[in-house]
Design a protein around this ligand. Structure first.
Ligand code: PLP
Length: 282
């Protein structure tokens, strides 16, 4: 099997899996998810992703009872069934299956766990990206990895229509993050990112990159920065589990970054080393 689906313990080809119409994910997007890249049959930074997943569940008050060890075992089962060296592993939990009613269902309704694994080609980090910007009109709970992704869907479509790779969100002048990635800048030798508060998703790649910067003597700063600072930055970097750590060379049709390639390379090489060490490839 290549594309593997899982729903509450049942495994099958992803293309053939069915979920109940009354799953609250269908009506309300009432659930949360997480995802990580697996290489060499090892999910990268799984502990971090599980921390974020259980935190999202807690914030959404979803009474998911599976322990970390049990969930890990189910995730590994699905990843192994995909039987590929590089796999994208995705999992989500909805509040359960019940007739449509906004308020939570009773305690008899148990959360639903959905997982899928698909072969994935890790994209090389020497790729350069073109992004657009858009006002961030999302809600004020962006730290929760909820299934409600409509603003990100629209923003990704706008990027695609513009022949670009991603959309940078900003609230007024302040850059927050991207539709499905984080954005950081290198400015005067300092790696900067929006603080990990309620306005952004605390990206795991972002977290590792900030840690690697410190380990490599590159100072970091998590004060918000403006769109203008981004446009004038020495380098603009987009991070996500799927795309890793990429250089951005154009925003809204204007060239950006390209002024600190050595620092960027230090960060990218450190990230590659961390990824390969974790996944036992070196
Ligand atoms: N920000 C948003 C809105 C995302 O959806 C994602 C990934 O899905 C990220 C940032 C990057 O997070 P991570 O590095 O954990 O993949």
């Amino acid at each position: 099997m290549k594309n593997v689906g899982y729903y509450n313990g049942k495994i099958g080809p992803l293309e053939e899996m069915m979920i109940p119409m009354n799953d609250r994910a269908v009506f309300f997007g009432d659930g949360c998810y997480d995802a990580t890249l697996c290489a060499n049959h090892i999910p990268f930074a799984l502990e971090d992703h599980l921390d974020r997943f259980y935190n999202s569940l807690r914030l959404l008050e979803i009474p998911f009872t599976m322990s970390r060890a049990e969930l890990t075992a189910e995730l590994m089962k699905v990843m192994d069934a995909a039987d590929d060296d590089e796999v994208m592993l995705y999992w989500q939990c909805s509040r359960g299956t019940a007739f449509r009613d906004h308020a939570f269902p009773g305690p008899e309704v148990k959360p639903n766990l959905l997982i899928y694994a698909r072969p994935y080609k890790i994209v090389p980090m020497d790729r350069t990206l073109k992004l657009i910007t858009m006002e961030d009109t999302r809600f004020l709970h962006c730290n929760i990895k909820t299934l409600n992704l409509i603003p990100s869907v629209i923003a990704s479509q706008r990027a695609k229509e513009a022949g670009c790779d991603e959309t940078i969100f900003h609230r007024g002048d302040i850059v927050t993050e991207c539709a499905h990635s984080n954005v950081l800048i290198l400015q005067n030798g300092v790696l900067r990112s929006h603080p990990a508060n309620n306005l952004i998703l605390p990206g795991i790649t972002r977290k590792h990159l900030l840690e690697l910067a410190k380990e490599n003597g590159i100072p970091t700063n998590e004060d918000p920065f403006t769109v203008q600072e981004l446009m004038e930055a020495d380098e603009v970097i987009m991070t996500s589990s799927g795309a890793l750590c990429n250089q951005v060379v154009e925003v809204d049709g204007k060239p950006v970054g390209g002024k600190a390639p050595q620092l960027l390379k230090i960060l990218q090489d450190a990230y590659t080393k961390k990824f390969k060490t974790y996944t036992k490839q070196i």
